[in-house]
Design a protein around this ligand. Structure first.
Ligand code: 10E
Ligand code: SF4
Length: 333
């Protein structure tokens, strides 16, 4: 059997940063450190951090007063931020900077007097966080059909922002439906869909031209991983979302000569290796990596967890807030 690995696949810069924040907080403050929601949507990541002393909670009322509490990479609403203050928690924000960028953009649109529409999936923590970061009423739209049902005059000044992990194609269609509906519409096009999501979607589309089956490594609650599976299926290739090798059904690959593997932005590379090891139990496997985009994005850590550079350390000042941060979308290449 030939196995082709998508490039890029797996961890994005926001996930690397979020995990690093929990690791460093544990070293700095000692266990337990509380994390609101799964730091990223992957049980292997969560279990590894739990083992080191992280405690995962869904709501802040599960956290003792004053405890160190990390907000997950998906972001939180302003209500959650102020609740943390009321409870005197020592909060550390692991929200991905690209999600924060969407929050900021949404607030600017609201401040300019526009009705803000968020394109995203109801109930997802990023959507709840983004809606709760923008003052006033934010309207959630999940599909083209929902655009048609919007109860707003067509001359309403409207702006849209999007969840960062949506399907680029679906989102383009929803934006087209919005522009057909509203004369005065502004928004970032599909640019709110982050570089990592876009790159992994392009890669799986390429992969689908060369393989008979696609295995997407990721969690069922991971939005970006689900989108990769959907794109594989829409490209005409049977595609399956699995957490690790234990979820591989041998029937899926029986008689198959070329299998494609990709991984969502929250899925560790060890799980890709685990799936390959499971395939090897079925017969000889030859692994190659497809040509693809290199990613170099790196996000700065919060100031309180960043290492001061030797120069700044000597000068007695912190660097994390003063060092210029490249635009991650362009830095990602
Ligand atoms: O469900 P999602 O894809 O949003 O999250 P994830 O934890 O699987 O992957 C990381 C993506 C984040 C934090 C959303 N921008
Ligand atoms: Fe950030 Fe994109 Fe990764 Fe989400 S998927 S954590 S927005 S880089």
């Amino acid at each position: 059997m030939q196995v082709i690995l998508a490039q890029p696949r797996g961890f994005c810069a926001g996930v690397v940063r979020a995990i690093e924040i929990v690791d460093r907080a544990l070293v700095k403050h000692g266990a337990p450190v509380f994390v609101r929601h799964e730091i990223v949507h992957n049980k292997h990541v969560v279990e590894a951090l739990r083992h080191k002393g992280a405690r995962f909670v869904e709501e802040l009322d599960e956290v003792p007063t004053g405890a160190v509490t990390i907000f997950s990479a998906h972001g939180v609403s302003r209500d959650v931020e102020s609740d943390a203050k009321t409870r005197q928690l020592h909060s550390i924000d692991a929200t991905c900077p690209l999600v924060i960028k969407v929050h900021t953009q949404g607030r600017q649109y609201a401040a300019s007097g526009r009705t803000v529409i968020l394109i995203g999936h109801a109930g997802h923590p990023e959507v709840e966080g983004t809606m709760g970061q923008i003052p006033g009423k934010v309207i959630l739209v999940q599909s083209e059909a929902e655009v048609a049902l919007l109860d707003l005059p067509t001359d309403t000044p409207v702006a849209y922002v999007t969840q960062t992990t949506l399907s680029v194609d679906d989102t383009r269609n929803i934006i087209a439906a919005l522009s057909g509906r509203f004369a005065n519409l502004v928004g970032p096009d599909t640019r709110d869909i982050c570089y990592a999501t876009q790159n992994r979607q392009s890669a799986v589309r390429e992969l689908s031209k060369r393989v008979e089956v696609i295995l997407v490594i990721g969690a069922t609650n991971s939005s970006n991983s689900n989108r990769l599976r959907e794109i594989g299926t829409e490209s005409g290739v049977p595609s399956y979302l699995i957490a690790d090798g234990s979820e591989l059904n041998p029937e899926w690959v029986r008689g198959v000569e070329v299998v494609g593997i990709t991984a969502g932005a929250s899925a560790p590379e060890e799980m890709v290796k685990d799936v390959i090891a499971t395939l090897r139990q079925l017969g000889p496997v030859d692994v190659s990596v497809m040509d693809g985009r290199e990613e170099h994005a790196e996000f700065r850590l919060p100031a309180e967890l960043a290492d001061p550079s030797p120069r700044k350390r000597a000068a007695g000042t912190a660097t994390a807030e003063t060092a210029p941060q490249p635009d991650p979308q362009t830095a990602a290449g």
